[in-house]
Ligand binder design. Structure first.
Ligand code: ATP
Length: 233
């Protein structure tokens, strides 16, 4: 079953035509990564899916419903957990207070469960957001999205600015979420780390999807994909 189907998305900022017919799919239980260089349109694709910047043409279907023109809160209520770039946690609130902010959607995720699965956040419970490391802030941002009990988790560059070991730790959260039955769409520039956890990969370049493949196909095409995605490491 498809959790997300985007077809022929054309998205603009004013007169700037950013997405030129982007299509992608996330099926139930999959981790799918969307790769691409700076400015390729990855964030714009996520914004089009989350209802923050509506596509001018094309269709977004989430969990079988056409949501192309829905407002973001309605899309979130349907089960999309969106973690934007830059970890927008509350810096003056503690970890625990940050986790109490989301309005609840019924489901298996709860604050005790978060602490059980992410012991690092439990250790930091009474620390303020601004006292956390970048990796801890990212984990907190993801944990907050999980408390909404999403069916599809959408992450925008969770590895940004993190040291390699911390990236591994944050990406474990992605596999934990998947093991709990949540599908994941992961935007990344860190090709190696993303592909290590993904079932399928897409590459976006200048607003066009220029590659699509399974993890096995990707292994064969790695050089080409890395070149397309502008990967340096
Ligand atoms: P990055 O890795 O830098 O976030 P990206 O692949 O996510 O890159 P987008 O952020 O989607 O790319 O940006 C795609 C293009 O849209 C870029 O050329 C960018 O300059 C432009 N753009 C992004 N946001 C706006 C905006 N609010 N108004 C006008 N142009 C924008």
């Amino acid at each position: 079953m498809s959790m997300l189907e985007a077809e022929g998305l054309h998205t603009f900022y004013g007169k700037s035509h950013i997405l030129h017919g982007v299509g992608l799919e996330v099926r139930e239980g999959e981790v799918v990564t969307l790769l691409g260089r700076n400015g390729a349109g990855k964030t714009t694709t996520l914004r089009s899916i989350a209802g923050l910047t509506h596509a001018r043409e094309g269709v977004v279907r989430l969990f079988g419903k056409v949501t192309t023109d829905w407002p973001p809160f309605r899309i979130a209520g349907l089960g999309l957990g969106y973690v934007p770039e830059g970890r927008r946690i509350f810096s003056t609130l503690t970890v625990d207070e940050n986790l109490r902010v989301p309005a609840e959607r019924p489901g298996p995720w709860s604050i005790p469960r978060i602490y059980q699965l992410f012991p690092r956040l439990a250790e930091r419970k009474t620390n303020k957001g601004r006292q956390l490391s970048g990796g801890e802030q990212e984990m907190l941002a993801i944990a907050r999205a999980l408390l909404l009990n999403p069916k599809l988790l959408v992450l925008d560059e969770p590895s940004q600015g993190l040291a390699p070991l911390i990236v591994q730790e944050v990406f474990k959260v992605v596999t934990t979420a998947r093991d709990e039955g949540i599908s994941v769409l992961l935007v990344e520039q860190n090709v190696r780390a993303a592909v290590a956890v993904a079932d399928r990969a897409y590459v976006l370049d200048d607003g066009h999807i220029v590659y699509e493949g399974s993890a096995a196909e990707f292994a064969k095409d790695e050089e080409r994909v890395r070149a397309l995605a502008g990967a340096s490491a």
